[in-house]
Design a protein around this ligand. Structure first.
Ligand code: ADP
Length: 183
């Protein structure tokens, strides 16, 4: 049983590693960014509300994200474990998640903190070229990360759940660090 949270700035490589690890551990990869992008493309209620925040590189309001994650974690496939990628991103979301897990009698094994220098993040995101990957929006996403998400490093450190990996290394090297981290 594996239950993990991937924490880190945009462009840190969370999604790439999450995809592989979810496959090898046979657990669902729950990426809030992916769920939101599907909602936007399908023009669902959630998508219509979230799109403008995402385009600006701002966080989608907590209430919408919380409802979305609650629905997802109550689905049956999560009984085999899960990998949360891109959630939580605020202290309010992290507190919500702790309560939700308590309610459903689950606990998180580890929080993996992907550490990557800013210059490298900007470079990687510009190379990726998603709709929200232009330079101004990237700067805003990094700023939002520092202000709203980075405090979760201390939050999870104080619960002794945090493991930091050096995300500036190659995909293979980061994967190897991850394998060690979750033994
Ligand atoms: P990245 O980590 O590469 O910036 P994501 O795919 O994780 O991209 O997220 C894309 C966008 O979706 C974010 O910039 C934000 O607007 C929104 N989003 C994703 N997850 C959350 C979350 N947990 N809380 C608020 N907004 C979120």
């Amino acid at each position: 049983m594996t239950r993990l949270i991937f924490l880190g700035p945009p462009g840190a490589g969370k999604g790439t590693q999450a995809q592989e690890l979810a496959k090898t551990h046979a657990i669902p990869h729950i990426s809030t960014g992916d769920i939101l992008r599907v909602a936007v493309s399908q023009k669902t209620d959630l998508g219509l509300k979230a799109g403008a925040y995402m385009d600006a590189g701002d966080l989608v309001p907590d209430a919408l994200i919380m409802e979305m994650v609650r629905d997802r974690l109550l689905q049956a496939d999560t009984l085999s474990g899960w990998l949360l990628d891109g959630f939580p991103r605020t202290v309010a979301q992290a507190t919500f998640l702790s309560r939700l897990l308590q309610e459903i009698n689950q606990s998180c094994d580890s929080v993996i903190n992907f550490d990557v220098p800013d210059e490298m993040l900007v470079e990687r995101l510009l190379a990726r070229g998603r709709k929200d990957d232009n330079e101004d929006v990237i700067r805003n996403r990094l700023e939002v990360y520092r202000r709203q998400t980075a405090p979760l490093i201390d939050f999870y450190q104080s619960q002794q759940l945090l493991v930091t990996v050096d995300g500036s290394q190659s995909i293979e090297e980061v994967a190897a660090q991850l394998t060690n981290a979750i033994q």
